[in-house]
Ligand binder design. Sequence first.
Ligand code: KG4
Ligand code: ZN
Length: 337
Amino acid sequence: MIVLGIETSCDETGVALYCTERGLLAHTLYSQVKLHADYGGVVPELASRDHVRKLLPLIQCCLQQAALNIRDIQGVAYTSGPGLVGALLVGAATGRALAWSLGVPAIGIHHMEGHLLAPLIEADPPQPPFVALLVSGGHSQLVEVRAIGRYRVLGETLDDAAGEAFDKTAKLLGLPYPGGPELAQLATSGVRGRFTFSRPMTDRPGLEFSFSGLKTQVLLAWRDSDQSAQTRADIALGFQDAVVDTLAIKCERALLAAGSKTLVVAGGVGANRDLRKKLDELAQRKRIRVCFPRPEFCTDNGAMIAFAGALRLVAGQHNDAAITVQPRWDMAALPAV
Ligand code: KG4
Ligand code: ZN
């Protein structure tokens, strides 16, 4: 089955074609980063309008890449939540209209399920049960995956998501939007140990996270410093180390709690090189397996939606023709596959 995947939940328009027999056939992505940069964050109305402009050309481009005709599409999957309501509606309306005109089934996909399943697109994919660390701009969760579609949240953030903490801290340090990757880049020239920040909520049992206090620590350290370029890099590294260590400690605990030997990492922060290194070390030390998607499939993309959609459509699931989205959506409420 050839499935078209559409992702428009935030500031990236992602399109992909996934074939259940041949794997990923094509994927294209348009990032709106430049559009929102002047505002220091995503402007929802601008995001929706840009999805309208870019989505159809990207679908054409994807079909061309795969040397397919629009009539070869046998199913459509689109992100129907969580996310920005207007942005989601662009993908949902386009996806449903296409499916209706082609006479093929369509399904709304949970954005975080897309992230969670992204590592399974790669070669030698892990099989459930496993524990997933989902770290994006909007979410930080540890999820027990018993089977595809059977998810139990083991712990999540009480305030800022990991990506949000990266973005806000980057802003404090005067880095341009989007701050996460910028801060990570700056940290590569930092001196380790000059600034040490706390590892929030690791001094007590539990799998919850809290990252909002860290940015206050960074703010105070930056304010009281000489504010030189080197100090900025050193603080960036100190902050990144604190987040990475905290995530690794909680991952180790979650694996123990779930009795699992496989960890899957997904979401934008999963592209962070130090986090990948730290979790690889954890894997070696604990003799477990850790799986990451390639960095471009950690951040938002259409491939993860096409893949998750293909799994569900092949299992006979689809939604009726109404165009509905769910800006808030509990992953535990998803049906099993
Ligand atoms: O999954 P994603 O693309 O979008 C959401 O669903 O939120 O994640 C975006 C988040 C942003 O907060 C971004 O700053 C962060 O992931 N991010 C990173 C890196 N690349 C993206 N954070 C730290 N290091 C990176 N290399
Ligand atoms: Zn995402």
